[in-house]
Ligand binder design. Structure first.
Ligand SMILES: [Zn+2]
Ligand SMILES: [Zn+2]
Length: 746
């Protein structure tokens, strides 16, 4: 009986976003999820088999056959085909955009495959082997190879290192056989010292494990694990994962990419050994493929990775964990623009697994779902862990009003309090972290006589002075130039450098505490491969006493000897024009403060600010998440900001300001027509208009936007679909991109 394969071709285009029917040739066996090569128009394409049928309504004669099977197993599990179908609806993408997430990118186009090695084995033994040895008496190298193979099969490359060409010759003589065999590229060296033992749990940890564990056994559940910094959330994850493994199920744990340090990876492997597979961006394509294969084959059941690991091909899942759930990196900024937390929830539901969203500073939208009055379909069960492990105290936070410092004549970037705390810390042989969320030396260069500010020629931003190379840098496009000696506008010599970045803080530390060694961690020092880890491990080993850094140092790091954290300018991120700026500031301060006093010595945090009465600063200093949440929710409700509304925009970029403006106005007009035809949509729209983007030019392109704010009601999804259609309109000389609740709307 003839079979037909329904195939999605691997081409991301709306025109081909449907099933194409192919005949399965005689003798070929196919199942849904397998990848195939099929003829398409005049060429051949890779594709995903979605369904197999035994009949078709199409004319037999026009149906072409499948050309080739790419892998002998289904690369995409049936569940993940369904997930791709759900993503198509939820994120308005093509089905193939979803399917592509399910396999390592390099598998497409056959750019990576199983690594193989030629293995040689003897084909003769006993007397025949002795005869062969005798026959090769004049070829000692060949004899040597035969002797080695008498111990067992050996890889050909190894034999070639002993006697080049001998194996090939022996194979030609029919004495040995050579076969290809799969090997794995292991990204990590073998573990030394074996698996680590489980530490004893605190009562709050034990209670959390029991509650989640019960859900895991009883069809699933969704949890928000809100634990203060240092409360031991990771240990809770580990115990729940163990329980999943004990019942024959696997686990996925998502962490922000930046937390996937070799130290973290090693630590997970110490607890789970070969059961753990790690997916992160530093793996080579081959290593990534091999880890994926270990998961797909069922060999590795615990998957730890960044955002895309949520698509790991596990067949039975007991728990899905999203650590540091407030991180914006869980939302993909490329098509398909998925939210890994939503995908995690879909998979957990599908498997009857437990879902854990964990954080010390949950996002406002997530915490809201753990509050009373939420519909059951969205509800999260709140589990709180309010104490640090081993009874360690949360660090003491001292807020310093920098305005008072100025009054007292202190013009330094360090307050008197921070200076003396630094001195004490260094005297005691401990370490300090200084946090400032801005890189470079001075953040802008300006003329004191006329107010001229050096700006990038390509972007609508001021340039930052970097002392390391003595140049002005644009942090948006990377453009560089020498700082002016005279003001280009009025010719004055009074060019001054304002603002503080990581480089200046580092320099200040060096001049004030010359005996201390410092390390700096920001985008400029972490460009090289592994630089990130090199700096962190040097600091952990105590090779420096002070670490200066941007938000890179705020995340999940654990340095036992750090007793002081200085937040040099707490209000820097407060005045970013974004509705989440207060939430981000609160999260950053709380997270960075959490780096202090994680071992036996108590920690201290000094928070320097010009705005000590601001609720974001005040409540971060108290580390009072709940109070912050209620205050912030009130502000959002009043200002009609998410999660009460949905923000989206169509961003138009063009070399010509006029073209960008015209395209934006055209889009606005079409949008208005659309809303006129649907009064129910119009009612739910708070605001919709075309205007210049806050960042007017970027990389030499003018930017306009059609901005929309809607109530978070079902209609919002329909309106977004319409915006997708508008995004696909073509404008001569302009590009249109849709952004929905983007991480920043610049
Ligand atoms: Zn001037
Ligand atoms: Zn620029």
């Amino acid at each position: 009986m003839t079979e037909y394969a329904e195939v999605i071709v691997d081409l991301s285009s709306e025109q081909v976003d449907r099933l194409f029917t192919y005949r399965v040739p005689e003798g070929m066996r196919l199942t849904p999820g397998q990848r195939v090569e099929v003829p398409f128009r005049t060429k051949s394409l890779e594709g995903f088999v979605i369904d197999i049928r035994d009949k078709t309504e199409l004319d037999e004669k026009v149906i072409r056959p499948v050309l080739r099977v790419l892998e002998d197993y289904p690369a995409v599990l049936p569940e993940l085909i369904e997930l791709a179908q759900w993503m198509k609806k939820r994120y308005h993408c093509n089905l193939v955009d979803g399917l592509r997430q399910m396999i390592p990118a390099q598998m497409r186009g056959g750019r990576v495959r199983e690594k193989t090695v030629d293995m040689a084995a003897l084909l003769v033994k006993g007397e025949a082997l002795e005869a062969a040895m005798a026959a090769n008496a004049r070829a000692p190298k060949r004899q040597e190879v035969l002797r080695l193979l008498a111990e067992g099969p050996k890889p050909v490359p190894f034999l070639n290192s002993v006697a080049p060409g001998a194996a090939k010759k022996l194979a030609e003589m029919g004495l040995i056989g050579i076969t290809e065999s799969g090997v794995r590229r292991t990204p990590y060296a073998a573990l030394e010292g074996g698996l680590a033992p489980d530490p004893e749990l605190m009562p709050a940890q034990k209670a959390a494990v029991e509650r989640i564990g019960a859900a895991l056994e009883n069809g699933g559940g969704r949890f928000l694990l809100h634990g203060v910094t240092g409360s031991g959330k990771t240990e809770v994850y580990i115990r729940v994962i163990r329980q999943a493994l004990a019942s024959g199920r696997g686990a996925i744990i998502l962490v922000p990419e930046i937390s996937l340090t070799p130290q973290m990876v090693d630590w997970f492997r110490r607890r789970f050994g070969g059961d753990a597979a790690v997916l992160h961006s530093r793996l080579s394509a081959g290593e990534r493929f091999d880890e994926w294969r270990r998961i797909r084959s069922g060999e590795a059941k615990v998957v730890i990775g960044a955002r895309s690991a949520v698509f790991a091909p596990l067949e039975r899942i007991g728990v899905v964990i999203v650590d540091e759930e407030h991180e914006s990196s869980y939302i993909s900024d490329k098509r398909p623009r998925y939210d890994a937390r939503e995908v995690a929830r879909w998979r957990a539901d599908r498997h009857g697994a437990a879902l854990i969203l964990g954080s010390a500073t949950p996002s406002i939208a997530t915490y809201m779902r753990a509050m009373p009055g939420v519909k059951p379909v969205n509800r999260l069960e709140l589990i709180e862990m309010n104490e640090r492990v081993k009874g360690r105290a949360l660090p003491e936070v001292q807020v310093v009003d920098m305005r008072d410092e100025l009054v007292r004549g202190n013009k330094s970037i360090f307050s008197a309090a921070l200076m003396s705390a630094m001195q004490e810390t260094l005297d005691a042989g401990r370490q300090a972290i200084l946090f400032i969320n801005r890189r470079g030396y001075s953040t802008f260069v300006s003329c004191r006589a006329c107010g001229y500010v050096e700006r990038c020629n390509q972007c609508d931003v001021s340039m930052t002075y970097h002392q390391a190379d003595g140049m002005l840098h644009c942090h948006y496009c990377g453009d560089m130039r020498l700082p002016p000696k005279l003001c280009p506008q009025c010719g004055s010599r009074f060019i001054k450098y304002f603002g503080t970045g990581t480089q200046k803080v580092e320099e200040e530390v060096r001049s004030l505490f010359p005996q201390a060694k410092t390390l700096r961690m920001d985008v400029d020092t972490t460009g090289a491969k592994d630089a990130h880890e090199t700096i962190l491990s040097a600091f952990r080993r105590g090779e420096a006493q002070v670490l200066v850094g941007t938000q890179m140092i705020a995340k999940g790091l654990d340095f036992p000897n750090v007793t002081l954290v200085g937040v040099v300018a707490a209000d820097l991120s407060l005045h970013v024009p974004d509705y989440r700026s207060v939430e981000r500031t609160f999260q950053l301060i709380t997270q960075v403060a959490g780096r202090a006093g994680r071992a036996e010595y108590p920690g201290k945090v000094i928070l320097q600010t010009y705005d000590p009465e601001h609720y974001g600063i005040e409540l971060a200093a108290k580390q009072d998440y709940r109070a912050f949440y209620f205050k912030e929710v009130t502000m959002r409700r009043r200002g009609l900001y998410p999660p009460f509304t949905v923000l989206a925009r169509l961003l138009v970029s063009s070399k010509s300001e006029e073209t960008a403006r015209a395209a934006a106005l055209d889009l606005e007009a079409r949008f208005n027509e659309l809303l006129d035809s649907r009064p129910d949509w119009r009612r739910d729209v708070v605001q919709m208009r075309a205007l210049e983007a806050p960042l007017k030019t970027l990389r030499g392109e003018a930017r306009w936007q059609v901005f929309i704010k809607m109530y978070a009601r079902p209609s919002a999804d329909e309106v977004i679909s319409q915006m997708e259609a508008l995004e696909r309109l073509e404008f001569e000389g302009a590009r249109v991109e849709l952004e929905v609740n983007p991480n920043a709307m610049l």
